[in-house]
Design a protein around this ligand. Structure first.
Ligand code: FAD
Length: 433
């Protein structure tokens, strides 16, 4: 019997309309399954959030912006949707007091570090690894660099991050990076339209609060007291939501409880980030930074910046990862903007007032405070491999989990990770229908 007939009448509710949730729906709908998506926000996409307007002269990305390499699922979906993308200028350099230096090899210690990371037999916390193998005073700079790199790029906290997982991530050549023309929203629009055209119902402003279940039957109660019923449920929410305390606004109750899976979720790290998007009337960095795509400002509150090159415009994006973001997460947008301007002022050796006067538009995306998400993306702790293994096993073939944090390959914490997880979840659900 063809699979189209097989699943007729079988229903699946997916919680969350990010890349993972929509991808799960997209794949399930190919097999004639009844799919309903519940999303607590008023828009789909989750951490894919392309902002239009807001005084910017072009759409800007508040969440994901890059395709980190030739990633098969992301690129094949973009091709299928007819959405173009372009390679990014990712040449980098360091700017200090107005002087720019190209910097390709992160530090003189990088190859030594990678060699040592490759050689460890058992996994350990990155902080322990650094103290064990690079604890001497002469390595102080290396330790500080690695802490900032892990926190800035991977949003990983070295006191809980897995050394082996970071080694796997860092030892892979990323290759060409790309940006989606018009923004990632185009990919979300494509998935949403495809899902709706195939019969999927998507409810926005619909926050799942309680899941009552027994094998092959699920009842979902939402915050606005609506009830949904299905044979199966997929939780495609950020891992931070599964980690929420019972008294938190975001806590999702399971009845009966699913303690093994919730404990597993707590064994996956989730970092945070503040992204600062600034548009200026005049481009003041082009001449100084020699057309670099990425600009590092060591020891500044906002240490990482990038331009939109090869697209020439007047937009600069600042990035504050993990520890530094946590320190600022409760500040107002104005305070965070002031810190960003200070960082630019020091590094470009330019008066703050001049930078403020040149500012045309700004947007602070403080992801720690973003409802229904509360962070940036996941990182691997020492316990995460086992945790992912548990989360990949559905509860009684009825409750499934999905999302970037469940992805086991590389690059982790990405859109590709979310799409791959969604596809894998759909395959797992289909096996049980
Ligand atoms: C600032 C930032 C920059 C990034 N940059 C990049 C990048 O350049 N490249 C890259 O590949 N990746 C990047 N990422 C990571 C990437 O965005 C994520 O890995 C990916 O989008 C996660 O998708 P997801 O579907 O797993 O989760 P999400 O996108 O978080 O989707 C989960 C959805 O669940 C909803 N939800 C939560 N609770 C409930 C509930 N109770 N009921 C109903 N709905 C609920 C949420 O509202 C959300 O829409 C970035 C992330 C951030 C935050």
């Amino acid at each position: 019997m063809p699979s189209v007939e097989k699943n007729k009448g079988k229903s699946v509710v997916i919680i969350g309309s990010g890349a993972a949730g929509l991808m799960t729906a997209f794949e399930l709908l190919k097999h004639n399954t009844d799919v309903t998506v519940l999303e607590s926000k008023q828009r789909p996409g989750g951490r894919l959030h392309t902002l239009h307007g807001h005084s910017f002269s072009q759409p800007v990305e508040l969440g994901a912006e890059f395709i980190h390499g030739d990633l098969p699922l992301t690129l094949s979906l973009l091709d299928k949707a007819g959405i173009s993308y372009h390679p990014v200028n990712d040449t980098m350099g360091r700017l200090e007091k107005g002087i720019f230096k190209r910097e390709n090899n992160f530090t003189a210690y990088w190859s030594m570090l990678m060699k040592q990371m490759a050689s460890i037999q058992y996994d350990m916390l990155l902080a322990v690894f650094l103290n064990t193998y690079f604890g001497e005073d002469k390595y102080a700079e290396l330790r500080s660099f690695i802490k900032n790199f892990a926190g800035g790029f991977d949003l990983a906290d070295i006191s809980t991050a897995s050394t082996k997982a970071l080694y796997r991530e860092w030892s892979k050549e990323m290759g060409t990076q790309y940006r989606v023309d018009g923004g990632y929203k185009k990919l979300i629009d494509f998935l949403e339209t495809e899902c709706r055209n195939n019969g999927c119902i998507i409810h926005f402003s619909c926050c799942a609060k309680k899941i009552s279940w027994h094998k092959n039957e699920v009842n979902i109660l939402t915050m606005c007291s609506r009830m949904f019923k299905a044979d199966k449920i997929v939780l495609a929410v950020p891992i931070s939501i599964l980690q929420a305390d019972t008294n938190s606004r975001d806590y999702i109750a399971f009845s009966p409880a699913v303690p093994q899976h919730i404990q597993a979720a707590k064994n996956i790290g989730f970092g945070t980030v503040i992204k600062i998007i600034l548009e200026f009337y005049e481009n003041f960095w082009k001449a100084k930074t020699k057309n670099a795509g990425m600009i590092f400002m060591q020891n500044e509150v906002v240490p990482t910046w990038w331009t939109q090159l090869p697209v020439e415009n007047n937009i600069l994006t600042g990035w504050i990862g993990n520890e530094k973001a946590v320190a600022l997460q409760n500040e107002t947008d104005e305070v965070i903007l002031a810190k960003a301007v200070q960082s630019l002022s020091h590094s470009f050796d330019m008066a703050e007032e001049k930078i403020h006067k040149n500012l045309k538009a700004f947007k602070i995306a403080n992801w720690s405070k973003e409802p229904d998400i509360y962070g940036g993306y996941s990182f691997n702790m020492v316990e995460s491999a086992g945790a992912k293994h548990i989360l990949h096993h559905p509860v009684e073939d009825t409750i499934f989990f999905s999302g970037e944090a469940l992805f086991e390959g590389s690059p982790g914490g990405t859109v590709e990770a979310a799409l791959s997880s969604g596809k894998k979840t759909a395959e797992a659900v289909l096996k049980t229908l």
